[in-house]
Design a protein around this ligand. Sequence first.
Ligand code: GLU
Length: 432
Amino acid sequence: MTVAGPGHDAPITGEMEWDSAMYREAAAQFEKVAEMMSLDDNVRERLSRPQRSLVVTFPYRTDEYSKVRTAFGYRVQHVLTMGPTKGGIRYAPDVNLGEVAALAMLMTWKCALVGLPFGGAKGGVRIDPHELSRTELQRVTRRYTAEVIDMIGPQKDIPAPDLGTDEQVMAWIMDTYSQNQGHAVPAVVTGKPPALGGSVARREATGRGIISLLPSAALRCGVSVDGAQVVIQGFGNVGRYAAIAAAELGCRVIAVEDLSGAIHNGNGLEVGRLARHVDRTGGVAGFAGADSITHEELFALECDVLIPAAVGSVITGANVGAIRAKLILEGANNPTTLEADQALQDNGVLVVPDVLCNAGGVTVSYFEWVQDLQNYFWSENEIVSRLREIMIRAFEEVLEVSIKHKVDLRTAALMKGIKRVADAKLVRGVYP
Ligand code: GLU
């Protein structure tokens, strides 16, 4: 892809180190909105590329002591203008610089959109966390932390959980960083266990944040919340808590999928019992009181709300025609390809985009960081009510932009996020 334009000294081409299908999509999305906003050319060029990218390879010992393997690690900071950078670290067998750079860009818009004082970042390690033992995972995490240690810090860049990482991984990062500093530094990561200064409601935050938008979004597309049929792809950090919150709201969660398979019960799954089944068996498959269905069938189910809450690019040109949901709440990052997004709009499906819909996670991460810096911890009620307030306000503001400019919610959300970053860049100017 080449992006022309007066300010582009180095055109965005396939020769960029972070080039990938996913980066090209994120950049194309940005360029489309930048064009609509008539964004300043200089700012546009700066924002179309990540500011700092680090690629490392590092060794780790397997449990068979004499065997050493090499892993690839990444950390990308997209914009350093807004404050420290913020974003998760994913462990996945196919993660690469292009994916991490695209997700770092999305984090910038997400943080700006909800008004957090952060630029976007993302990290990744190319391993399959399910194949590694706990001790191997700990060694990988500590060595990766050591490799990126100069880039991270409470005032520099604050990692958090993402796909394939959890509270325990954050605890190991916090410990490794703290050992190197010589004192405890809780604010270097968020999504830690509460015993280390983690926020009590962080684990549930992304899922709860998604569902806090369900009533307002449902109103826009004629769905009644009570008894609404909800389908969720993913039952991990995000999907599990979205399912619990949806059931609490009175919706019927009729189907769920994770790595073990997909299950369906038209009368509604008993979500609490399903969560216990997953804790016991490791996956949703085999849950009594539900039929097993295929991945394709899950996406084609007649339902009111579809929540992709796992990996990226699951709603594509290939399956978008089969989707019968009226509302899509994007819990995952980048679950919809550009082509599918256009088709959903044409079919009249309302999509609440990832940068808005899953911002609850980073919002409670922000609360956690503030609490760590002040050594003053808030109650769960306080956290949950502030989260709701921020999410609903962001939704209302995005809706207003979308009505004013006659654009879809994704475009409106990006317009709002990009504008905030562009304004900051313009007043900071160029050094020297
Ligand atoms: N990984 C999450 C996201 O993509 C959370 C990031 C954070 O809490 O910093 O939004």
